[in-house]
Ligand binder design. Sequence first.
Ligand code: SAM
Length: 283
Amino acid sequence: MNECQPSPDQPLLPGLYIVATPIGNLGDITLRAVETLRRCDGVACEDTRVTGKLMRHLGLSKPLWRYDDHTEDRDRARLVASMQDRAVALVSDAGTPLVSDPGYRLINACLEAGVMVTTLPGPCAAIAALTLAGLPSDRFLFAGFLPAKDKARRDLLDELAASRSTIILYDTAPRLVRSLAAIAEAMPGREVAVARELTKLHEECRRGSPEALIAHYEARPPKGEIVLLIGPGGADVGAAQDVDALLDEAMLEMKPSQAAAAVARATGQDRKLLYARALARKP
Ligand code: SAM
């Protein structure tokens, strides 16, 4: 056992304990998480009301300190300095800290100050969704929240279209239909999954084309928390002959750069490589 992990008869060593908490079902908290929250000197959290509720559910009472990565440097430095002789747990409202949640700056400040940092893994919506979606799980790319603004969303999807991994994104219920429409446009022909309300009463995971999912969610507007997953481009789109044929056809009407961008969107292949190929094939 790592010496910074709690054992029942020893106090926790000073330092930072990154603690994952449930994403819905409170039964998902780990034994080590409960033990660490019980024995730490205090908890740094995003929202003291949310964490206070979890602590009450666990029958625990500890000092709660509000922390996010926008916390003033001076306050972060004070928190880090306190870890020279205090065991501090870092939690977010739900799931794994640092995954689209605060913590990155705090961990770096601890590492720079030579403070012990350890992690207690547990629930994470992105990973829970990946396990449920039935999309290839051997390679995946987590890209955080899909931006709300049209241009930023399109730019991100265009960038991701070249990836050959399953793409995982966080999204919100009110934006879901618009997000699916943007995916249909930027990555035609991909299989998509919507994982909603994971570990909660109304958990669902629905898979299909973006068009079919748009029809479903337009008829039944979704509620709750959502993870969106996009399957990788089809296996046979990598065939060089197919790509060349697509480039040749696109270049009948477009400049090589535009043809490369269009074929990249359609196939999920790397736009720069396609551009080089397009230039080589240009009559
Ligand atoms: N750090 C968290 C984690 O490990 O999953 C994620 C925090 S991020 C601020 C919150 C987003 O995660 C939500 O908007 C939603 O996209 C996703 N999420 C969290 N809980 C979820 C759940 N139970 N079902 C589906 N998505 C969830």
